[in-house]
Design a protein around this ligand. Sequence first.
Ligand SMILES: Nc1ncnc2c1ncn2[C@@H]1O[C@H](COP(=O)(O)OP(=O)(O)OP(=O)(O)O)[C@@H](O)[C@H]1O
Length: 506
Amino acid sequence: MNQNKNNLKNYQEQVLGKIKEIDDIKKEINYQSIIDILHNLNNDLKKLKEGHNSSLKKDLLNDQEIINFEKKIKKLEQKKAKNQAKFTNLNNKQKELFKIFNKNENVIIKNKREIAFISEEIYKLKDKLNFLNDLEKLVNDYKDSVAIENEKIKKLKEDLKAIPKNNQIKKYYIKEDIRKAKKQKLNLHKSKKFTSNYKNKIRKLQDKLKNYQDFKNKIKNENKFYQKLNQRIDNTLNTSIDKKVDDKYSFDVKNLNVWYDQKHALYDVDIKIPKNKIIAIIGPSGCGKSTFLRTLNRINDNIPKFRMHGKIIFDDEYDIYKLRSIYNHYKKIDLTDLRTKIGMIFQQPNPFPMSIRKNVAFSLKISGFKDRALTEKLVKKALKKANLWDEVKSNLKAIATSLSGGQQQRLCIARAIIQQPEVLLMDEPTSALDPKSSAAIENLILELKKNYTIIIVTHSMQQAQRVSDYTAFFYQGRLIEFARTEELFNNPKEQETKNYLKGKFG
Ligand SMILES: Nc1ncnc2c1ncn2[C@@H]1O[C@H](COP(=O)(O)OP(=O)(O)OP(=O)(O)O)[C@@H](O)[C@H]1O
């Protein structure tokens, strides 16, 4: 363990050393403007050389000026070479760091699997131990029983002595009782032996359990170590030359086309969805609103003959159809993780047929989270965020389907929130609800905006205007107009949008 700790420490020092090297190079070459510097140097050199040649030809420069020019050219060439070398060095070092990041990430994933496996083993062992502990209690009972049998035999022997010699029948019965008691003692002995073997086993199992628990903690700590280290690497890489994001976007959709078999459902959609805003998607029935929404967390993948072309960048970094960073091809994202970050709420509330508490805690449970106390806290927090806590706190054990439609929808929102998503996709979340419940959901959406990007498909133009910051209008599979909601409704630019708002179709 200590040896391992030292190894990890050395490894950490190595990686931190690499990070420092990169930071130093960045500082030295002012990496943000390195491309500009190289570009300018190239231009200067070109000009100087041209000037030099033409001046020589025209005989306009004296010898000293020629020497000065040549010196200047040489100096700049050296500067360029030096910067270029540093730049190349920086790129190579960053590549190395990408690789280390990826390697660490693999270890983390492997360790997580191992932790899940060990947790399962620990669970089984504890079960066995409980059973054996019960058996051990029986051993103690046996001891008492043996003592009783001994007492019985002693008493019977005394009785036997006291019986007159000629009373053979009585003697026979007492001897029979003694024989039975001895037999019983023998049985008890056998049982005792049997159970004391188990005692050994219990000890062994307890040792094994302790080893497992220690091992689990060790892996957990190791993972914390790798995660911290990768965070450091990520921070260094994320300030790399390529990545410069001023405005933050949850999605950058580029040239998206979608087909269901022969049906071309979306055409060349380009849209950037700003972070922590509410975006309404409107348009007549069948224009592709749901298709667009469902393409953002890839649940359309499940539809047979679904096909897409184009690119969707999530959170300024991940290509969601390639499942990797656009800056670092080694940095991958898992589809399940992605869907955790992009929660979805459907038209019909769909609580599971289990208690309110279990519904909200569901995702924690299936991801193997076993800390009961923390689960309770997170469930409460999610229900509070979903504005449902006060209505259900006294009866968390009630079956979720007994709630009203509006409450069920807020429960589904709590179930999505507990996964700490970054985006909530909502497909007509209020169309199955009465006006009062709809208003509660709308208020909730407005509150949630602080923490999440919300994209909401709605048939109601009033709702779009009430809740959203931006509105996208789709028509016949095309994104016709995307603008601030006020602008789109008061001053639409496109003829189709004007027609739709006037109620000419849909
Ligand atoms: N699973 C599918 N298989 C084949 N075609 C589909 C499928 N899902 C949707 N479509 C078609 O794709 C087009 C877009 O449908 P989509 O459901 O995205 O539209 P929408 O604007 O959400 O409609 P609505 O407002 O009626 O819900 C429609 O012509 C629809 O018939």
